[in-house]
Ligand binder design. Structure first.
Ligand code: FES
Ligand code: FES
Length: 207
């Protein structure tokens, strides 16, 4: 170590010299064609906007334009339930594994508990509150076929079934299973859920 700190004739220590040569080497590496590549990469970078504090979110929920102030960290589930008073989607696992928070975002099923609200600006959100609940509807079929017990998972199952039937009005039981495979029922009402989906398919055809 003492040797390292020993001054050279020019008055610089060997440590300084090593630092200096490291810098010189790094400089050599980023000169020439590499600088041109860096400039190109920089030009191709997307523009990032840093959002801090709160920001205004505008989105369409169940056909109605809604606006609220959110923090960038807010999930869609928190925003719906706590800011917009849309409480159909439920918080159960809060980690994208049970499906109780399922909503339809621009036509696709998403777990709202792990979707950042800020990414939903200008998009269309549909929740169970907006579904038809008449005698030919999915919610009605759940009631008629004992598709629920405690009901916590039910909004998510109903939402998944509705989207599945919108895409496939004549599902087999295996297709129904696949359509709701992102949802879990801790009460174990799977038989009722499958029956409800098949019954809804039947009544919706006759409607
Ligand atoms: S609460 Fe979102 S998946 Fe369970
Ligand atoms: S009805 Fe209770 S969790 Fe599904």
């Amino acid at each position: 170590m003492a040797d390292l700190e020993q001054k050279t004739k020019q008055g610089a220590s060997r440590r300084d010299f090593l630092r200096g040569s490291g810098f010189a080497a790094a400089t050599a590496v980023i000169t020439g064609p590499a600088i041109a590549s860096l400039d190109e990469a920089k030009a191709a970078e997307p523009e990032f906007k840093i959002v801090s504090d709160t920001t205004t979110l505008k989105l369409k929920v169940n056909g109605v334009d809604r606006t609220c102030e959110i923090e960038p960290r807010c999930t869609l589930l928190d925003t719906l339930r706590n800011r917009l008073d849309v409480t159909g989607p439920k918080r159960v696992c809060d980690r994208a594994s049970c499906g109780a928070c399922t909503v339809i975002l621009d036509g696709d099923l998403v777990y709202s508990c792990t979707t950042l609200a800020i990414s939903c600006g200008g998009k269309k959100v549909e929740t169970v509150e907006s579904f038809d609940s008449g005698v030919n509807s999915v919610p009605h079929a759940f009631v008629q076929n004992d598709g629920l017990m405690c009901g916590y998972c039910t909004p998510g199952f109903v939402t998944a079934c509705k989207v599945m039937l919108d895409h496939n009005p004549n599902p087999t039981i295996d297709e129904v299973r696949k359509g709701v495979d992102g949802n879990i029922c801790r009460c174990g009402t799977y038989v009722g859920v499958l029956q409800a989906a098949l019954a809804a398919a039947k009544t919706m055809k006759g409607a």
